[in-house]
Design a protein around this ligand. Structure first.
Ligand code: UFG
Length: 354
């Protein structure tokens, strides 16, 4: 069993990964500055696994704070680094914030690893590094295209920083996971995606529209060169994605030769259109998702899905959940959020009437 630092561990993918790590008996230390997540997530994790994770409220950009954290939590074996800003549109408006948050955090961690004897590193990358590929599905050898946004650029540069650092340091090893589109929630509905404000991503927009929190979903374009005209993505269940980190960690801890970086696509291998997702969501959950078609969203790529055979063969990892069950989990989570809101309102009303 390992002691694992999970940065961004109260976030969407991070929290699901903490659960899967704890289920395998690993000890987890979460570092998160709660800039895009909520401390209550720790209770959700405890409800599932029975273990309240160690937590430090630190920004990974703070080198001194991170150094102290490593001093306090000694003998960390591995880092899984999620903490990053991730909204494409925001990155266009605030590029320096993105370069600073995403790159300085990474550099700090890589610098602190040898200081504190940490040898293994798992990095959250994205299919965004492929841009619009010429050939589908994409393998890890598919050429990297120029980034479409500062956010995408931070992922490309981060991958290069990791290659160069590990190349220069014989004792390190690392795995870069390129995620496709994570969706869904833990089947218990104790944790899930918690978008702050108006969601950017498709699934939280769908669930909030079905719940009546938004009047209608805007489908960004039906004139793409795809069978139904809407964009195609590879939607991966978030628990399946979380499990990919656990097997990546296992591989790093067992690997004999150091100074190695491996890259894996983490997707289902299947592309689904926006309309297919809407219609399947409506069917499996027996709810309506009012939607209207609007113009294309700037920067969207037309279609992408993964060839995940490398992860299937080497990591022995495969996406297991069906899209139907995943869409059911997303709806169950939205309903759990509604209950939480109602409970909070009730408590606030009671408090104000006392
Ligand atoms: N979409 C809509 N309406 C919405 C939201 C999304 O029609 O309200 C469509 C998009 O146009 C796209 C699909 O749903 O065709 C998926 O969109 P998301 O925003 O959920 O996800 P993206 O494919 O844009 O995001 C992915 C990764 C990001 C990455 C980005 C880079 O999840 O991490 O690609 O392009 F930054």
């Amino acid at each position: 069993m390992a002691k694992v630092l999970v940065t961004g561990g109260t976030g969407y993918i991070g929290s699901h990964t903490v659960v899967e790590l704890q289920k395998k008996g690993h000890e987890v230390v979460i570092v998160d500055n709660l800039s895009n997540s909520n401390i209550d997530v720790l209770n959700g994790i405890e409800k599932i696994t029975g273990v309240y994770p160690l937590f430090e409220n630190i920004d990974c950009v703070d080198y001194v704070g991170m150094d102290r954290m490593f001093e306090k939590h000694r003998d960390i074996d591995a880092i899984i680094h999620f903490a990053a800003s991730k909204a494409v549109g925001e990155s266009v408006e605030k590029p320096l914030m993105y370069y600073r948050n995403n790159l300085v955090s990474l550099i700090n961690l890589l610098q602190l690893m040898p200081v504190h004897g940490v040898k293994s590193f798992v990095f959250s990358s994205s299919c965004t590094v492929y841009g619009q590929p010429d050939v589908l599905p994409v393998t890890e050898k598919t050429p990297i295209k120029p980034a479409m946004s500062p956010y995408g650029n931070t992922k490309q540069i981060s991958e290069e920083i990791i290659y160069d650092t590990i190349h220069a340091n014989p004792s390190y090893n690392g795995i870069i996971l390129r995620y496709f589109n994570p969706i869904g929630a833990h089947p218990s509905a104790h944790i899930g995606e918690l978008p702050i404000g108006t969601p950017n991503n498709l699934l939280p927009y769908i669930t909030q529209t079905a719940m009546g929190l938004r009047s209608e979903l805007k489908v960004f374009g039906d004139d793409y060169d795809t069978p139904d005209g809407s964009c195609i993505r590879d939607y991966i269940n978030v628990v399946d994605l979380a499990k990919a980190h656990v097997v990546a960690l296992k591989r790093l801890l067992n690997i004999k030769s150091k100074q190695q970086v491996e890259v894996y696509n983490i997707g289902t291998g299947k592309g689904l259109s926006v309309f297919e997702i809407i219609h399947t969501f409506e069917k499996v959950n027996n709810v309506k998702v009012p939607h209207t078609i609007v113009g294309r969203r700037e920067g969207d790529i037309e279609q992408i899905w993964a060839d995940a055979s490398r992860a299937n063969e080497i990591l022995k990892w495969k996406a297991a959940e069906s899209v139907e069950d995943t869409l059911k989990s997303a709806w169950k989570w939205e309903k759990a959020l509604k209950k939480q809101r109602q409970q909070k309102e009730k408590e606030e009303n009671e408090a104000s009437s006392n």
